[in-house]
Each structure stands twice: as C-alpha cells, then as structure tokens.
Design a protein around this ligand. Structure first.
Ligand code: ZN
Length: 125
C-alpha cells in the first residue's frame, strides 16, 4: 500500500479532485487527508502553533504510512480563507516553506485548485 499526505480545506468541493489528481500524478493508492477551513491561511502564519496542532497526524501519515509526499492545498472561493488568488498562492508558498522547517522525510508540495477545477503545482522540491 502506498500513501500520500494532504493538508486540505474542509470544503467538500476540494476533496475528490485533489485525491484523484494526487493518485494519478504521484502513483499512490491512498491519500491521508488532514482538513481545516482555509488551511493555507493557517499554515502560512508566522507562528507554528497551527502546524504543531496537526503535527501528530502528519507524523503518523509519514512515519507509519511511509508517505513520501505532503501536499498543501489552497482553492478558489475558499470561505475559510477569503483572500484573492494571488494571496492564496503566496500563502501556499509560505505554507510549504513553514512545513519544510519541520523536516519530515517527505517532499512538501503546494497545490492550487482553480475555479475551473484545474490543479496547478505551486512549488515543489
Ligand atoms: Zn476552503
């Protein structure tokens, strides 16, 4: 069994497109999903308080499920983080950089889910 880890919004419109895209592009069977409303806004914050709160979930996915990829998703029309697209994309980059500081043995990759349902890679190792 192979797993990837995903930090995604709670928004129901974001789950299946992201899961299908990750499975198709990274060849994993399952995607462990950690959700929070407007998660890119939370992860991009200067304080690591939010990351600390999901640390255990990420750690289980990476160390027990041997996930080699951690995705951070921002999406169009996000009610939990109602900022414009440019701001989302900047926050996704900040989120990736913040999460990399925790040095999980996995690549951290940012994704943007557009209004058209397309997924764009924002940053990758
Ligand atoms: Zn959202």
């Amino acid at each position: 069994m192979s797993f990837a880890t995903c930090l995604n919004c709670i928004d129901g419109r974001t789950q299946l497109p992201v899961i299908y895209w990750i499975k198709e592009n990274y060849g994993v069977e399952y995607v462990d999903m950690i959700t929070e409303a407007g998660i890119d806004g939370k992860l991009s914050a200067e304080s690591s308080k939010y990351i600390n709160s999901v640390y255990d979930a990420i750690d289980i996915s990476v160390s027990k499920h041997k996930s080699e990829f951690i995705f951070i998703v921002g999406h169009h029309d996000c009610m939990g983080n109602p900022v414009d697209e440019d701001t989302h994309k900047k926050q996704i980059v900040l989120s990736v950089n913040n999460l990399r500081k925790f040095a999980f043995p996995a690549a951290v990759i940012g994704l943007w889910l557009s209004a058209e349902g397309a997924i764009e890679k924002i940053i990758s190792r």
